[in-house]
Design a protein around this ligand. Sequence first.
Ligand code: ZN
Ligand code: ZN
Ligand code: FE
Length: 762
Amino acid sequence: MSQAGLRVQVKGIVQGVGFRPFVYNLAQRLDLRGWVRNTSGGVELEVSGEADALQQMLQALREEAPPLAQIDSINAADHSPNGFTGFEIRHSQAMPGAFQPVSADLSICPDCLDDVRDPASRYYRYPFVNCTNCGPRFTIIRDLPYDRPLTTLADFAMCPDCSAEYQDPANRRYHAQPVSCPECGPHIWALVGRESIENQELALTCIRQLVAKGEVVAIKGLGGFHLACDASNPIAVNLLRTRKRRPDKPLAVMMPDVETVRRYCELSQAEEAELISNRRPILLLRKRPDTQIAEEVAPNQTTLGVMLPYTPLHYLLLEPASGIPEVWVMTSGNRSEEPIITENQKALDQLGEIASAFLLHNRPIQTRMDDSVMRVEVSSQTLSPIRRSRGYAPTPLRLAWQTRPILATGAELKNAFCLTREGYAFLSQHIGDLQNYETLQAFEEAIAHQEHLFRIHPELIAHDLHPDYLSTRYALERSEREGTPLVGVQHHHAHIVACMAENGLAADERVIGFSFDGSGYGSDGAIWGGEVLEAGYADFERAFHLQYVPLLGGDRAVREPWRMAFSWLNQIGYQWDQVFSDSQHVDSLAVLRHQVETGINAPLTSSVGRLFDAVAALSGLRGEVSYEGQAAIELENRVDTEETGAYPFAVNEHVFSAEPTLLAIMEDLSAKIPVGRIAARFHSGLADLVLRLAETMNERSGLTKVALSGGVWQNMTLLSAARRRLQNGGFTVLTHHKVPANDGGIALGQATVAHHRIHMEG
Ligand code: ZN
Ligand code: ZN
Ligand code: FE
């Protein structure tokens, strides 16, 4: 038999997922000789053996790869047969400039959970157990290649038992970098007032009992701190809300297992699959009526954000026992609007007034990581991301083209940035609202860390057109400092392009884009948000937009939807005080009238998000909000599904008008039509409008693909209704499944526009 040799490069997520032992075992099976090693570019192997066996190996590399591996490419080149007599796993080799996608953090696997629950295991009740198939990754990585000395476990020397498992290719912990045990690894302790409880079991018991008593506790987790309390205790939940200054925004809960989730929420197959996946997101599920969850957890919501335990520590904390609450509120441990806290001392300093006790550990967190928030769209049973973070980031998105290195700095709210390289886009984890120093600092640190980790030196910086976004200012300053060219990208174009890119559209494709949004800076200086674009990757034409009305008081109108109601009423010739007898806003009315007349502090807006606000306020649902989108969410939650009517919109050459809509709403209000029916008619009217505009666009341009992006499309009622109408009308509907429709996905669009614009210029 003829002997041959191969040198093979494997790229993708192939480190920290058991790839080398897999190759080792494959080599044993096929009687191959040579070696395998990690490089900072992936995994490399050199093998010799029979030609047939080499072909079988190449096939098996793809077909039998370990479950967590994600292979992007396998390149094999002939190589003269080596003189090895066996097969070995070699030390990692750093390749300057090359890069290696990093695995996201994954929930504990069933095998490790068995270890935690097995009194005979040396990992029995150990809060940090992990293996090649599970555990922390991105949050502990300081640098690449992914080896223990370059992780936050560097200071924990392995004990002989751990070391033996680490070095045994047949063991599931072979080269599991964070491997550790009670002998040699990190540990937990509790802090209650001045008292420190060092014993693990006493610490756990203490924290569990405090939660049972209605206290708020702070728990150090995987990517940062959580604040926790008993979700069935309204007093405890209110205590947390008051102390955290978070009056209404829904809080996530953790439940011990799927069976428990089913008792509290409706759960479809697709939802269950995502909930139990090793990404373990917070999933928005429909609440069952009459559950034990305090209404205060998610006031005025039909859904509840639920996650399962994802670390061994969570399993120990939520272990079912009598007297211990079954469902825990688990919300990010931060002061309102600031980034989630990752350091023990900072938590003690900043959460001391919120939490009455702390559960701490000594495994450092390198990268801050919030829990992801996802939902499954009922009509299509597909994933719809709301916040893409732990479990998803930094897994790169594959692009349909090779891109130059670009940094896109994202928007202001729900910021995530994006770095691109070769065929990849690395959309960052959720950074937060770039409205304070702490978040800006977190943003800058995360950019520096990821540029280093992925070996990306941006040749272009893409940014939003809004001059006051801190992300824009960062882009401008950095461009000035480093001489990197800038590409300004219109907000709603970026939304639509993000949707096109994640759906893999080719470079020359064009779509009809409905960018319905809260607000974004328009090319004409107005505040856009109801945009119908004919869009390609590099450019767009604004085909239609919602008619402009004044945004009375600027940003104040976002917090006070009744101002938008005033603005729209004025537009249709109604006087506020003729409609509302309440005296609540009486003092402001003269100011608002002045703003309407003069345009002072009343920029024009075409925002559909603000139209939702106006309708919610007119319907008496909410005149003021404590978080963005609250009024629209509450309007959606009131939709009466039996209602079949729809309000009309008017459409002219380039503008669609909500005046007929508002006139009809005012008639319905005076006829005392219930809010649920008004809400339903508004949603249906908007969905009808989308189809009508798409048909007009199709007549003009022949385009048949429709992309739906922007924060308003998080409204599942509207999304489902529009999808149904468009599909029945013969359109292909593109929506978001990988990145959020809200501003958390916009950086992907910015980077894509920048690439294609420069590419076209040559
Ligand atoms: Zn495991
Ligand atoms: Zn050990
Ligand atoms: Fe937006």
